[in-house]
Design a binder for this molecule. Structure first.
Ligand code: GSH
Length: 338
């Protein structure tokens, strides 16, 4: 064997070893018997505990779906509440397996923080909440206002860009956690609350008089929100990403938590591959053949999860908008399961 070929063979062995060394998260989760999922400290519709400590919401359901795929039990998740500045550290250190916390996918976070965003589960953008009494029509009328904002977020950076670009002045009043910020806005410490639009809808409902406040129509940024994982474990990255894609594909194929038993008997090739009655792709992902069927049965397809938590069946009543499937006018698009 020539030196060149020997070098190639060595590189292949090293790459394989590195890949295996990195691929530990799934084994760790299986051994532990629970998934550890980082969430917000309480954001209605996205991740919120009830009085008994049971978490519910759109971001919570992604973790429940991962647990359903691994354990066939959506309840095997421990939720760890994290504030904005403190959310990536526990992911880097291995304290949590996945971060599902209204977090925006940016280059900085992948390049500097060494995390990867596995999917965009919710396409969002930044907006402003104000008192209706101010009679404002546009964010361009916010010159000189006091703005409540979370530190350690893309929100505070976009806020500065927007006001500077439009040559407007503002005073930022920063808090590490959403609850403090919301309280301050409710008490009148700030004229404006800025955040991802989805969050503004949730937070408005928690104010003393929700009807006295409006979300302005302006959207000043792109906030692709999704789950983040540590870099270096491709198996785990794929598992998280394909959990989202399975939910999207299920919706596209009309497979729901209600008709999943029928779907398991379906002769349609796309449906058979999704639910695992045909093929062994789930096993190659480190799971069982019926991994996606478990997700849909125990948690639901993407549309069910959206409507139940933040959509028309929820208090938030957020329209699907760009989060419709690609074939219904939106941009949610999953590669095929084949
Ligand atoms: N998507 C933005 C903002 C995310 C964020 O943390 N927003 C605050 C503002 S409402 C929040 O959700 N806090 C929830 C909490 O502290 O529990 C980002 O990733 O930086």
């Amino acid at each position: 064997m020539g030196a060149y070929r020997l070098g190639l063979a060595l590189a292949a062995v090293l790459a394989l070893a590195a890949g295996e060394a990195g691929a530990q998260t799934l084994n760790k989760v299986k051994e532990r018997g629970t998934l550890v999922c980082g969430v917000s400290q309480g954001l209605l519709g996205f991740s919120m505990p009830d009085g008994n400590g049971n978490w519910a919401g759109f971001d919570v359901d992604l973790c429940r779906a991962i647990a359903a795929a691994i354990f066939n039990d959506a309840g095997k998740v421990k939720f760890v509440p994290l504030d904005s500045p403190g959310r990536f550290g526990p992911l880097q250190s291995g304290e949590i397996d996945v971060l599902s916390r209204n977090s925006t996918w940016t280059l900085g976070r992948e390049a500097e923080l060494k995390v990867n965003f596995a999917a965009v589960t919710y396409y969002d953008g930044q907006g402003f909440l104000v008192r209706s009494g101010l009679n404002l029509m546009s964010a361009l009328e916010l010159d000189g206002k006091k703005v409540c904002v979370q530190s350690g977020t893309t929100t505070e950076l976009n806020l500065a860009d927007f006001f500077n670009a439009n040559k407007m002045k503002y005073e930022a009043i920063k808090y590490p956690g959403a609850p403090e910020s919301l309280k301050a806005y409710d008490a009148g410490t700030c004229d404006v609350l800025t955040s991802d639009v989805s969050q503004l809808h949730a937070e408005r409902l928690q104010l003393t008089k929700p009807d006295d406040h409006v979300v302005l129509p302006d959207v000043i940024s792109k906030e692709p929100l999704g789950p983040a994982v540590r870099q270096g474990d491709t198996q785990w990255f794929n598992l998280v990403r394909w959990t989202h894609f399975a939910m999207l594909n299920a919706e596209e194929l009309g497979v729901t938590s209600k008709n999943i038993d029928e779907a398991l008997r379906s002769a349609k090739p796309d449906v058979a591959r999704l639910v695992g009655s045909q093929g062994t792709l789930g096993e190659q992902l480190g799971l069982s053949k019926d991994w996606a069927a478990r997700i849909v049965r125990l948690v639901g397809n993407y549309g069910e999860v959206f409507e139940r938590n933040v959509g028309t069946e929820s208090k938030l009543e957020i329209p699907r908008g760009v989060n419709q499937l690609w074939n219904s006018g939106g941009i949610q698009y999953a590669p095929p399961i084949r």
